[in-house]
Design a protein around this ligand. Structure first.
Ligand SMILES: N[C@@H](CCC(=O)N[C@@H](CS)C(=O)NCC(=O)O)C(=O)O
Length: 235
């Protein structure tokens, strides 16, 4: 990877600063490596809002590119695409960008919520101590129930995730990646989900015979095994 001027990426981390588990941060990590850019990955905890105040909001990923702060994974990908046009494209043009936006919305609205429920207690167990009370309170409010109750139907939620991945199985009969013959940003939007589970949990998102496995393995191996080498908990 080539060092860019000054790129810093604030990424969610657990008690172990090397466990970078946010699905949205993984979308950006893959986008950076796709562009051949290296960024300093700064471990960030839920309660460190002040550290990313420059972005005007309280969620990661936040990318600092020189003086520019960009938040929201999709907006960061768009920033990288326009700021580094001579690097490999993340979208392959306007139509690809529009389609990636749909895939991103599909992942965020349909897949992340049930998987969050399936791995919630694993996330909780790996948080830095200072994040635990905040996480419990904010997630109990979000789900309107105690944390332990959210995780109680993990098997059903995992089954839901597997069912909702059916469009990907059908598509993979015709092409190896969402973006065609090689992966690009739409693939990374979905792949972030798998890295989330792999880094923080033992839960197997896919059954051993799932037709999606070759796609996931190819992305783990992409860019010299960049994602596969990341510290993780599960498979
Ligand atoms: N739409 C945003 C979502 C970012 C997001 O939800 N980030 C989570 C980590 S995965 C976060 O920072 N949460 C902080 C909190 O809940 O206080 C994106 O794509 O970047």
């Amino acid at each position: 990877m080539t060092a860019a001027a000054s790129l810093r990426l604030f990424e969610l981390a657990g008690a172990d600063p090397d466990l970078r588990f946010s699905p949205h941060c993984w979308k950006v990590r893959m986008a950076l490596v796709h562009k051949g850019l290296s960024a300093e990955g700064v471990p960030w905890r839920f309660t460190e809002k002040a550290a990313i105040a420059v972005s005007g909001q309280g969620l990661v990923p936040v990318l600092l590119d020189g003086e520019t702060a960009v938040s929201d994974s999709f907006r960061i990908a768009e920033h990288l695409e326009s700021a580094y046009p001579d690097r490999p494209s993340l979208f392959g043009g306007e139509m690809g960008r529009a389609n990636a936006r749909f895939i991103n919305a599909y992942v965020d609205t349909l897949l992340i919520p049930p998987l969050a429920r399936a791995i919630l207690m694993d996330i909780y167990g790996r948080l830095a101590p200072q994040d635990r009370a905040y996480f419990r309170e904010s997630r109990e409010k979000r789900f309107s129930m105690p944390l332990e109750a959210v995780g109680a139907d993990a098997a059903d939620r995992l089954a839901e995730v597997r069912r909702l991945l059916q469009p990907l199985r059908l598509m993979l009969k015709s092409q190896p990646f969402l973006c065609g013959s090689a992966p690009a940003y739409a693939d990374y939007c979905l792949f972030g989900l798998f890295m989330w589970a792999r880094v923080v949990s033992d839960v197997e998102v896919l059954a051993p015979d799932d037709a999606i496995l070759p796609w996931r393995e190819a992305l783990l191996d992409a860019f010299g095994g960049y994602a596969r080498q990341a510290p993780h908990t599960g498979g």
